[in-house]
Design a protein around this ligand. Structure first.
Ligand SMILES: [Fe+2]
Length: 321
């Protein structure tokens, strides 16, 4: 697809307006609660692949409409464990209603919970369920209630982050693999720690290529994040740390990112295979409700540049949620 800077793409009555240089586009001219025709679905799919995350505003989706919309693009996953605010009748929807809920479930104040998990500055940057052997292909997140300010989400384009490395480093990292694990870097409380026990009882870990080939676009994607990556395999711990620091810094350079300010009725639809996103952490103190509903689409097992697929270590099987 070639396009002139500053122009708007149009197809099937849909307008795609890029909002940052490398990632993110706002889509207008479509009501997601309608039955979309194939041309509309194709236009949205193309925009997601091109811009990695697309935004819709002023939508009126309910739970059924949200799932129906998601089904036009893939297979929604039904989660085995969900937050307590999730709707019982819609196993494909996970609702986050209270940032304080998760820590509280394990007997911790919110600040302590964050502190024990936040072992690096980049801790919040992640792809969804990245420790699985088959992370979701996409996530569709809908805002019901948001604070008047704060609570923005950011995404980064990992295909351009990879392309932005020098040729020798691109070649070097394309041959590496990394262990991804749920709960990396968590600092347990002295004595009994319910979350540490939970992590032991629900371990999820896989080895993924450090550079994956995107199954639809063929792009090479720098497959790192600050949340799940434990270490690069077959190198020393010190080498792993240094390489990861360099790659994580590259992955979230400001020019590769976009930031979205939510409104009630906003929907963000992102390619979870080509992006990482940053969970907001600047709104808990505001005390305002932030209610979000998430549907994820089943994804493929990643494949490296050498054709080798990811391998599960523990806790996930392809297609089994
Ligand atoms: Fe997420």
């Amino acid at each position: 697809m070639t396009r002139d800077p500053g122009t708007v793409e149009q197809a099937a009555g849909i307008e795609v307006n890029p909002v940052a240089g490398y990632i993110g586009a706002e889509i207008t001219g479509v009501d997601l609660a309608d039955d979309l025709d194939d041309a509309q679905v194709a236009a949205i799919r193309a925009a997601v692949l091109r811009w990695k995350v697309v935004f819709f505003r002023g939508q009126r989706l309910d739970h059924a409409g949200h799932v129906a919309f998601a089904r036009r693009f893939g297979q929604p996953v039904a989660l085995g464990r969900r937050g307590s605010a999730s709707p019982a009748d819609f196993p494909e929807i996970e609702t986050t209603a209270d940032r304080l809920e998760l820590g509280g479930r394990f007997g911790m104040e919110h600040d302590e919970w964050l502190e024990r998990r936040r072992h690096t500055l980049l801790r919040g940057w992640h792809c969804d369920h990245g420790a699985r052997v088959d992370p979701p292909a996409a996530t569709i997140l809908r805002a019901e209630a948001v604070p008047p300010y704060g609570g923005d989400t950011m995404w980064s384009n990992l295909a351009v982050a990879y392309a932005g490395l020098s040729a020798p480093v691109r070649e070097f990292v394309a041959g590496l693999r990394a262990e991804h694990r749920l709960g990396v870097g968590y600092q347990p409380r002295p004595g009994d720690d319910a979350y540490a026990r939970h992590l032991l009882d629900h371990q999820v870990a896989s080895v993924h290529p450090l550079v994956r080939v995107h199954p639809e676009t063929g792009e090479r994607v720098l497959h790192v994040n600050g949340y799940y990556v434990e270490r690069i395999v077959d190198v020393s711990r010190a080498e792993s740390r240094a390489i990861l620091d360099m790659l994580l810094e590259q992955a979230v350079r400001p020019e590769y990112t976009v930031r979205f300010r939510w409104e009630p009725g906003s929907v963000a639809f992102w390619d979870n295979r080509a992006t990482i996103h940053l969970a907001p952490s600047d709104h808990a103190h505001l005390g305002a409700p932030r209610i979000m509903h998430r549907v994820m689409l089943a994804g493929e097992v990643p494949v490296g540049v050498d054709g080798r697929p990811s391998e599960p270590i523990i806790g996930s099987e392809p297609g089994c949620w």
